[in-house]
Design a protein around this ligand. Structure first.
Ligand code: MN
Length: 258
């Protein structure tokens, strides 16, 4: 028996299961807001071409329109200026091997309940590794915050008079994960891989700058991270093969012990 036939047998027997880490994508999908001096990403629109009608009597299909960074989505290194000149940095040129890796799930839900601006620090990674072992090269590091339970757009984006408030990574942690641990990338439950207040940090949006400058990826607006073990699951996250794309909505799947 090969490992692939064993994988299917384990799935069929229910000893492994496929966990969907994605949100539904539609007109209600919240989109990140930026200061009005910057270009804005539109929301999702879905327009029917035909639905068993005169325009197509036996078939149903739609036109979809949205920004690349909408809903559960992938950030490619070319998304950020720090990664703009790297090789294999766009959705169509990243080698597909790099879409698959083991998941390391760091649960900071309780911290985020106390502090919506929580930043993962290197000492938190060290504490996680003391329990679960060193984060291996090529891992997806998923920050479990409970944020995906905020199902209305206002509480999900959590914008106050001084801007959005949501958790993320301290720059030193992004450096640790990108350089010392050589991860594939990081995944979050929030609208983007930087903290809500990261536009005010020095430098701004450090996780994007550091991760993408190191050729690493981002996954945003994940859900169901509470269904994954801290280690032992694998994540498959392959963006649409958009020519020179900076990212795309995608279906993120994990295979986890039942
Ligand atoms: Mn993005």
């Amino acid at each position: 028996m090969t490992v692939l036939t064993q994988l299917i047998d384990e799935l069929n027997a229910g000893r492994l299961r496929v966990v969907d880490l994605s949100h539904s994508l539609g007109p209600d999908t919240p989109v990140i807001g930026l200061p009005p001096i910057f270009g804005a990403s539109p929301g999702v629109s879905i327009d029917v071409i035909s639905r068993y009608c005169d325009q197509g009597p036996a078939w149903y299909w739609n036109v979809i329109h949205m920004g690349e960074h909408t809903g559960t989505h992938f950030d490619a290194p070319i998304h950020w200026i720090s990664g703009k000149d790297l090789p294999e940095n766009a959705t169509d040129t990243i080698p597909p091997r790099r879409f698959v890796g083991p998941a390391c799930v760091i649960d900071v839900t309780a911290d985020v309940q106390r502090n919506n601006d929580y930043l993962l620090m290197p000492e938190h990674v060290a504490a996680w590794e003391a329990t679960h072992g060193r984060i291996p090269a090529g891992a997806w590091v998923l920050l479990r915050t409970g944020w995906s339970t905020r199902t209305d757009a206002a509480s999900f984006l959590n914008v106050h008079a001084d801007g959005p408030h949501s958790p993320g990574f301290h720059a030193t942690t992004s450096m640790l994960l990108a350089k010392d641990r050589d991860v594939l990338g990081v995944g979050v439950e929030t609208v983007g891989t930087d903290a809500g207040q990261a536009g005010t940090f020095d430098p701004p949006f450090p996780n994007h700058g550091i991760m993408h400058g190191a050729g690493k990826f981002g996954l945003a607006s994940l859900r169901n991270l509470d269904q994954l073990p801290a280690t032992g699951a694998i994540v498959i996250a392959a963006p649409l093969k958009i020519a020179n794309g900076s990212g795309s909505p995608l279906r993120v799947l994990a295979i986890a012990p039942a």
